[in-house]
Design a protein around this ligand. Structure first.
Ligand code: SAH
Ligand code: SF4
Ligand code: F3S
Length: 470
């Protein structure tokens, strides 16, 4: 019997053999043409990282990828359950495939990801969409080759329920979406059970990857030209707690930082309750860690934070922020915030507004509270009508816009090191990003995409900067 948490299970020979079997099967069916897959990922970077593993496995089976489902032999929706809106989109998009499946009956349509870890939702989707041939959740990712092979060969629908495997599975092939910006998961799951949040219910308990495996993956990425690497976890600050040789996140960060090369290192998400001074010092003393801290506060009211089960209050949050500001010059702070948590009053909401004014975040991810079945908050009294919450939400956006615009205009005239990321349109304008995660538009040759450049900031919009490459 294997130990349950923090144990490494590998992506074993059997799964690799299934990848070979799928390859042969598809070669036979396609008569030499390459099979096409369409993978649509919703939700957070953790899901994106899972999507890259699915693409890695499919790639080994000879698949190529397209951005539209029309020509695909395999269609997969990698779903997110964090808010109702995310779920509604999946229902709509899967419903829209009915005609495509009628036209091309051999196309295999599959659903995976966080929504599929909620039985009531997975059951509903399985019943509502009889043309979906494969359903599995986040815990069955490492069995994907075997499941896909079964769905392709038996003519029966494959539906994985009740899989609660909480091991860390190493060795799954990866096909990363970008070639200079990449995600590096350092842990999976979450133990925090914030009362509004579905993530611990769909991703299972917290478990960390072994430090040496992370370091060698980071080295590999840096050696192959990655310039912007984000370490991923729902609460990176509790990294390493379940490992045999326990390691703190600050230690991991410093060790990766000591790898030679020209790159930026980021991480998300950092939970304020475990954000230590040691971590802030590690960022301040690092060579590669970007001077950016994503530190979700969720609410500015200590009363609401308690109801959210966040384990910090407004004062503790501000104390960490002030320490970060004192140690990391020009630190760029970003955050997540929820408006309209059950029982939140306008007085509580005003404390959220005053907190964002005090901290002066670079940008915010703002959400209206969405009840999630099975979470404690969904059972709490929620007397404020949706129309009122929308008004508060708009007020929040207006205040943040003012703060962001002020921050941006204060940067005019400065020189910023940026990573050039993509073409904005066809007129030679490129999108770049500062270490603090602010977008800078600049006119430059597209050959510079994927390189660091120095840019003089010439003007500022509300959220973005404009500048010229020096
Ligand atoms: N682990 C991260 C957050 C992951 S979910 C953290 O603790 O910060 C990303 C964001 O979605 C959360 O920070 C929260 O702001 C938002 N969120 C989560 N559940 C939500 C819900 N039920 N309604 C509205 N927003 C929610
Ligand atoms: Fe959700 Fe809280 Fe865990 Fe973040 S820390 S994933 S908000 S339960
Ligand atoms: Fe969504 Fe799952 Fe991430 S619920 S936010 S995709 S962990």
């Amino acid at each position: 019997m294997v130990e349950k948490y923090g144990t490494v299970g590998d992506f074993n020979e059997t799964q690799n053999e299934y990848l070979d079997l799928i390859y042969e099967l598809m070669q036979g069916r396609m008569r030499g043409k390459k099979p096409i897959a369409y993978i649509h990922t919703y939700g957070c970077q953790q899901n994106v990282a899972d999507g890259e593993r699915i693409k890695g496995m499919l790639s080994k089976s000879g698949f190529e990828f397209e951005d539209e489902p029309d020509n695909a032999d395999f269609i997969l929706f990698n779903t997110c359950a964090v808010r109702e809106h995310a779920e509604d989109r999946v229902f709509g998009n899967v419903g829209a495939l009915k005609n495509l499946k009628r036209k091309y009956p051999n196309t295999l349509i599959a659903l995976c990801g966080c929504m599929m870890e909620q039985k009531h939702i997975a059951d509903r989707m399985y019943k509502s969409f009889p043309y979906v041939g494969l359903v599995f959740g986040t815990h069955a990712l490492h069995q994907f080759p075997e499941l896909m092979y079964r769905a392709l060969t038996t003519g029966k629908r494959v539906y994985v329920r009740d899989n609660d495997d909480d091991l860390v599975h190493e060795g799954i092939p990866i096909k990363r979406d970008g070639n200079f910006k990449g995600w590096l998961p350092i842990m999976y799951g979450c133990n925090n059970f914030c009362t509004y949040c579905i993530v611990p219910h769909v991703r299972g308990r917290e478990r960390s990857r072994e430090k040496d495996i992370i370091i060698s993956e980071a080295k590999e990425m840096i050696d192959s030209g990655y310039k912007d690497i984000t370490l991923l976890g729902q609460n990176v600050n509790s990294y390493g707690k379940n490992l045999k040789n326990s390691v703190s996140f600050a230690e991991l960060l410093s060790e990766i930082d000591s790898i030679d090369g020209d790159y930026w290192l980021r991480f998300m998400t950092s939970h304020p309750k475990d954000c230590t001074r040691e971590l802030i010092d590690a960022i301040a003393n690092s060579k590669h860690v970007s001077k950016h801290l994503h530190l979700p506060f969720q609410s500015g009211s200590s009363r609401i934070l308690k109801l959210m089960n966040r384990h910090y209050d407004r004062e503790k949050y501000l104390e960490i922020v002030n320490y970060a500001k004192s140690k990391i010059p020009d630190v760029s702070l970003t955050s997540d915030v929820i408006v309209g948590f059950p029982g939140e009053t306008y007085e509580d909401f005003k404390e959220t507004l005053s907190l964002i004014r005090e901290v002066e975040f670079t940008s915010l991810f703002t959400f209206i509270y969405s009840p999630r079945v099975g979470t404690p908050a969904a059972e709490m009294d929620d007397p404020i009508p949706a129309s009122e919450k929308s008004k508060w939400f708009k007020e929040l956006l207006d205040v943040q816009e003012e703060i962001a615009a002020k921050r941006c205009s204060s940067m005019v005239g400065t020189t910023q090191r940026v990573l050039i990321e993509s073409e904005k349109g066809k007129d030679g304008i490129l999108n770049a990003r500062t270490s603090g995660n602010i977008v800078v538009e600049t006119k430059a040759l597209k050959e510079l995409i994927g390189t660091f450049q120095n840019v003089e900031v010439t003007s500022a919009g509300r959220w973005i900067l404009k500048g010229k490459v020096i």
